[in-house]
Design a protein around this ligand. Structure first.
Ligand SMILES: [Zn+2]
Length: 180
């Protein structure tokens, strides 16, 4: 299948759990003062807990809509991607496409949470097609650096991760079609 979105999303989800849920909230990724899971009273980063829960919930909703008898969720949050794939592999094309967009979008969201804001740079701007997007945390969107790529109000174009994921999956599909 080429680029494996499931593996990447799951790996980053696992990293999130690893970095933020077992460490004091003031620790940063890469911090060597690692707390162990057994440290009593280790505070957890509630923002990340919430983010992980929401990610799992969205994927669960999508899966159950297509496969009502999918059974219980796996115990590990990161395993939800394989679970979703398993139960939607024979679903209609539109369901699978939506699933791929959702999983890829989550991979991007996890990456941003982990501080890897450069992930948006590998995407072309949906407006002008050039490479040169960068992440703007204050608006929670990717911004195009092309001075000629503007909104009708004259502002720089901004793109949600959902939009970038939709474009990316559509592009992957086109490539696959051309290859066969
Ligand atoms: Zn642009």
């Amino acid at each position: 299948m080429g680029y494996d979105i499931t593996t990447n999303a799951a790996a980053r989800m696992a990293l999130l759990e690893d970095y933020f849920l077992e460490q004091p909230v003031n620790a940063r990724p890469g911090d060597t003062r690692r707390a162990t899971a057994t440290t009593p009273g280790t505070p957890v980063n509630l923002g990340v807990v919430d983010h992980i829960r929401r990610s799992v919930y969205d994927l669960e909703q999508h899966t159950r809509a297509a496969a009502p008898d999918a059974g219980p969720l796996p115990a590990q949050a990161a395993a939800v991607y394989d679970w979703c794939m398993q139960h939607t592999e024979h679903a209609p094309e539109t369901v699978q496409r939506r699933r791929d967009v959702l999983i890829y979008q989550q991979e991007l969201e996890h990456a941003i949470r982990l501080g890897e804001t450069k992930v948006v740079r590998r995407h072309r701007c949906p407006g002008c097609g050039t490479v040169g997007l960068h992440w703007r945390q204050s608006v929670g969107k990717a911004v195009c650096c092309n001075r000629r790529c503007r909104t009708p109000d004259g502002l720089a174009s901004t793109w949600s991760l959902s939009r970038l994921a939709t474009e990316y999956i559509a592009d992957q599909e086109k490539r696959r079609r051309r290859a066969t």
